[in-house]
Design a protein. Structure first.
Length: 268
């Protein structure tokens, strides 16, 4: 995978406008690692006058909900971190790309049997170590059983990779009905990103923050922060946030949570 500096050799506003930059996707859940990736991308790629392409998921990598969980039985931790990472990505200067199912909070499907795998890596090596089918299972759109509205056929129709029964919990129709879902978080974040002049291509300035926290000012009057730790810390500004990835009382920033605040005066 090319570094930000190598990536910058290929992009210009009047030549190749964008190329996928995957370093944020590969960064561990760690404030220092995320900041290093962001700083390098803004310096080297945005420094050419082109646009950084931020990506958290794609068809070759384990989905964030599973990747950030840190192990089996911690899916709720992975989900909270994935929601926080989404708000961080949407707060950055540049272009944000969303991979199918990311907006539903889909976890990786880890228990596909060998006889249904289609990944050429498995076909060539027989090893499941780096197979990519788990993030390529067809999306659940509606209903309680496969094919979950993905096909026009009746229930029981086989999709090209089998959908697990638990996909029913993540179906789009269910997400639309639940205002606390990933889908609504992405929708609200994208609406604010489109409507707030500080976001998109506005400047970014890092703010002083506790350990394990990244806090940034986007232009004047908007502050975004994410807590990579597990303990609640003081929020960088007072008041109730415009949007948060989880419950976020005024004046606080809980662990594994990101939030955006509007301020009346420039942050300092």
């Amino acid at each position: 995978m090319p570094s930000a500096r190598e990536h910058a050799l290929y992009v210009r506003p009047d030549e190749l406008h964008q190329a996928f930059f995957f370093d944020l996707l590969s960064a561990p859940w760690d404030a220092t690692a995320f900041r290093a990736v962001i700083d390098e991308a803004l310096r080297d790629i945005a420094g050419t006058g082109s646009t950084v392409t931020w990506v958290l998921n794609n068809h070759d990598q384990v989905r964030t909900v599973t990747r950030y969980a840190g192990g089996p039985g911690a899916e709720h931790v992975g989900a909270a971190r994935a929601r926080a990472a989404a708000l961080l990505m949407l707060a950055l200067p540049g272009a944000a790309y969303v991979y199918q199912g990311e907006e539903l909070g889909l976890p990786e499907v880890l228990d596909l049997p060998d006889d249904v795998l289609t990944d050429p890596i498995f076909r060539r090596t027989g090893s499941r170590a780096r197979i990519r089918d788990g993030c390529r299972v067809p999306l659940p759109w509606s209903g309680q059983a496969s094919p979950f509205g993905f096909s026009d056929g009746e229930a029981g129709v086989r999709t090209w990779l089998p959908q697990p029964e638990w996909f029913a919990e993540y179906a789009t129709d269910r997400a639309l009905a639940d205002t606390r879902s990933f889908w609504h978080l992405y929708r609200e974040g994208l609406q604010l990103r489109r409507g707030l002049p500080q976001l998109g291509e506005g400047p970014l300035r890092w703010l002083e923050a506790p350990p394990h926290v990244l806090a940034m000012a986007r232009g004047d009057g908007l502050v975004c922060a994410v807590n990579f730790g597990s303990d609640t810390v003081p929020a960088p500004v007072p008041g109730v946030p415009l949007l948060s990835s989880g419950p976020c009382p005024a004046g606080e920033l809980p662990g594994a949570t990101a939030a955006w605040w509007s301020t009346d005066t420039p942050a300092s």
